[in-house]
Write a protein that binds this ligand. Structure first.
Ligand code: IFM
Length: 459
């Protein structure tokens, strides 16, 4: 039985990265300082990362050769404002050259203004919790936004804001490694304000998008599909409650706050935040996994990062994350139903347990679910695969490999070696369609395991 899943004309196909994870030598940042204390699990530091900062022409050329039509990258605030109030014009010129190079090769630009990492001076003066944090952020934005404005097609104010809130301030896994619910609450509110401010400033300081259309700004949210693990009985009941709490805390509180303009914290005063309500022109959605909420007689434990339990028969990636493609469909539907705004998938991908087979199975099955969502009426406009190349995976160091392009970090030349998944992606983009032939050749059997209605109907 053969089938063909066509994507809308003009669909954005690209990859996503973050400055600190690929550029190298982000020496004035809080992450860099923290890494020097030996905190990264595999004993590495971000160091030269992929040296994307210097090798960007080679990387962009590779993207263009593979038919990509866009790229998501980030600016590093610590590079641009290495000391408080001192802005680095040379670094800005460098970023402008990078952006111009992308555009010259026909790649559209999705730009992230903040992907967790802070200038070290900002972190040392209290980070997002400082009374003056917002004024510092505003001063930086006022300088940087107009300078890059004519090169940016899509603006992401903040990447996965709930990660610094929860992972940095509640469970203490990322810097500043606090286990402090009050601090987490403060950062949550501060980031809502930071997002609203950035959104408003982008609209105030940028006239039009490069294609002449309206400015497009949003944030990128990390969305999981959360379900109870048990199928019946008292466990199911308890786990259903736990699943709700987990989803609420991990992303829904943020989304609700943006939708209503009021802080959606439990026991909160539903305080109103200036300019927050509806502060998105599109929803940036990052989806990786299903989370199964589990409760056993003596633990309430496994909703912590890296300790998710997968039901039998469900594979997990090198991150220990469940591979559950239908969750992607549900996440897209949920995002659409909440906001009724265009959706860009700003991240989706897999740290493969093997060289590339799992990654290809993952990608094929998730693209099919994205197509299913589009067919059901969700306005998905683009997809940015995480990630272009193996990069610095935060506290996990270089061990986890998300790249469709392999980079061996012990290789002095940091040679880029496209994996078969890069070829798979090229084939998908070339036809703007996923076909049964491509799927079967790259990921035999996966569409039988995770069929979507269109593949069952087809002849
Ligand atoms: O590497 C990260 C990225 O920085 C944010 N989203 C999830 C990715 C994979 O863990």
């Amino acid at each position: 039985m053969s089938w063909r899943l066509e994507f809308p004309e003009g669909f954005w196909w690209g990859t996503a990265t973050a400055g600190h994870q690929v550029e190298g030598n982000n020496v004035h940042s809080n992450w860099w300082a923290w890494e020097q204390e030996g905190k990264v699990n595999d004993g590495t530091t971000s160091g030269r990362a992929c040296d994307y900062y210097n090798r960007y022409p080679e990387d962009h050329a590779l993207m263009a050769r593979h038919g990509h039509t866009g790229f998501r990258l980030g600016l590093e605030w610590a590079r641009l404002e290495p000391q408080e109030g001192v802005f680095d014009e040379v670094a800005l010129e460098h970023y402008l050259a990078m952006l111009a190079d992308l555009r010259a090769r026909g790649l559209k630009v999705c730009l992230t203004l903040n992907h967790w990492v802070l200038p070290n001076w900002f972190a040392e003066r209290g980070g997002w919790r400082a009374r003056t944090a917002l004024a510092r952020w505003e001063r930086y934005l006022r300088w940087v936004i107009p300078r890059v404005a004519d090169q940016v097609d899509l603006w992401i104010t903040l990447n996965e804001p709930m990660v610094p809130v929860l992972v940095g301030h509640l469970i203490g896994y990322h810097p500043p490694c606090l286990v402090d619910p009050l601090a987490a609450g403060q950062v949550f509110r501060a980031l809502l304000r930071a997002h609203a401010l950035a959104y408003r400033m982008i609209h105030a300081l940028v006239g039009r998008a490069p294609d002449g259309g309206p400015v497009q700004a949003g944030y990128a949210s990390a969305v999981q599909y959360v379900e109870p693990l048990a199928e019946r009985g008292w466990q199911r009941k308890l786990e259903t409650v736990l699943a709700k709490v987990f989803a609420q805390v991990s992303y829904k509180a943020w989304e609700e706050s943006v939708a209503t303009g009021r802080v959606a914290l439990p026991f909160g005063r539903r305080q109103r935040i200036k300019d927050l309500e509806g502060s998105l022109d599109f929803l940036g959605l990052n989806y990786y996994m299903r989370v199964s909420a589990t409760v056993s007689l003596n633990t309430l434990s496994n909703v912590q990062a890296g300790q998710f339990t997968a039901p039998p028969g469900i594979e997990t990636t090198a991150m220990g994350w469940q591979v559950y493609p239908p969750g992607f469909f549900h996440a897209l539907r949920e995002g659409w139903e909440r906001f009724h705004k265009p959706i860009y998938v700003t991240e989706n991908g897999c740290a493969s347990v093997d060289e590339d087979d799992q990654r290809r199975r993952y990608l094929v099955s998730h693209w099919a679910q994205m197509h299913r969502a589009i067919e059901s009426g969700v306005d998905v406009r683009g997809y940015m695969l995480w990630s272009f190349m193996d990069n610095f995976e935060w506290r996990e160091g270089f061990e986890k490999q998300f790249g469709i392009v392999a980079v061996d970090h012990s290789d002095p030349a940091l040679t880029r070696r496209p994996r078969q998944s890069a070829e798979l992606y090229r084939e998908l983009i070339a036809g703007n369609a996923l076909t049964s032939e491509i799927a079967e050749r790259h990921a035999p059997g996966v569409m039988k395991r995770w069929p979507v209605p269109a593949t069952l109907r087809a002849r």
